[in-house]
Write a protein that binds this ligand. Sequence first.
Ligand code: SF4
Length: 471
Amino acid sequence: MAENIEIPVSVGPMNEGERVRGPDMFAELAGPKSYGFELVKVVDNASDEIHVIGKELDEMEEGSRTPFAVIVNVGGESLEEDLEGVLERRIHEIFNYIEGVMHLNQRDSVWIRINKDSAEKGLKLKHIGRVIQDIYKAEFPFIKHVEVKLITEPDVVKDELEKAREIYAKRDEKTKNLHEEDVDVFYGCIMCQSFAPTHVCVITPDKPALCGGINYFDARAASKIDPEGPIFEIPKGNCLDENKGIYDAVNDVIYERSQGAIEAMTLHSVMDRPSTSCGCFEAITFYIPEVDGFGIVDRSYKGETPIGVPFSALAGQCSGGRQVEGFCGMSISYMKSPKFFQADGGWKRVVWLPKELKEKVKDGILEEMIDKIATEEDVSNITELQEFLKNKNHPVVENWGSMEEEVGTDEEEVEREESYGDEETEMSVSTMNLPTGFGGLPHNVKIILKNATIKAEKIIIMRETEKPKKK
Ligand code: SF4
């Protein structure tokens, strides 16, 4: 019989979306400046106990940061191992249901904060354990036992983290020999619509969910056991474009599930109607127009990309359920897929990624491309990247000639239009296409000048945050 534990704060969907900023924070568990993970395992002998291994919340100092792991062992007759990933993903939601608790990310990149108000009200880790038990049992009646381990002892977290990573890798391996052409249905997930209302993940054997936590088999098991839940079957329908991965029935479902916001989606292109991005993606692919190639940056990389901005700023460009051409959130395991952005050239268009990520996905990168893709150790800006790619004879360099020709055409057009005006400097109508955003991301600004007279020695265009230097 489970111990009677009273929860001192409110629990429910009304607390979702609550943020805990630095000044309001009582404690930070795991996160980018520490380490930790979350894991659900289906076991035969799960008890109904809650174990806190290491310091409880009331034993921590205000403002402290600590390694943290949550391991949930579940038991029940109809439970399959394939459900582990999906149940694990629910931990995110459950933590966020608790007043004063913020949970971000998943697997070994979890990041949790507890606010001062809830700590003052007496919230403890054991209460979080009880909420997990209650919600699992209420939402999944086939789960009979839920044993929760909440670990803050740094050495124990470290040891268990290695074991958890082996389990994640095994799960990711499962879909290796199954492909989109072998199946009749894909799966959709709308779990992230609570904060990204138009986001729909389409999960196929070749494309795991962008949070990295749910693969094709996980989704299949979840939709079978809870057909009315947030993970559902999507019939493939007719293939409209195999290379890009466009299917008519998939588009119909996306349209309906995104409340009419997204009409069509490609599975394997960044440049043409890419997947929507919620905010949980493990990595982001972004187009770099100056080299006509793609950079990739993952959540754990803290430095700047060669276009001068970090992961967080790039993520801000496309998260919230938006479909933004030139940006696409994705899981790290998709980088090992044979269909990895195949419509845009796949690995032959990738020009930059962080060194640690490159090591992680090395066995998925085309062998002839490994040395041609730069990391932060090779380049730190676009000029250095261009030089690196030229020296390495990267395939994107072949396209640079045609890019220059296109620029020439625009300039000629401006000249032509200028000639309609006064012979001096007056332009009747003139247009300039300027790259803008982060170091020239693919949003063009068109400046239209009508009957304008411009006289200037110099025009300086700078980012809004930069202040002009005084002379
Ligand atoms: S990222 Fe996609 S698969 Fe993962 S929880 Fe969100 S909607 Fe579901």
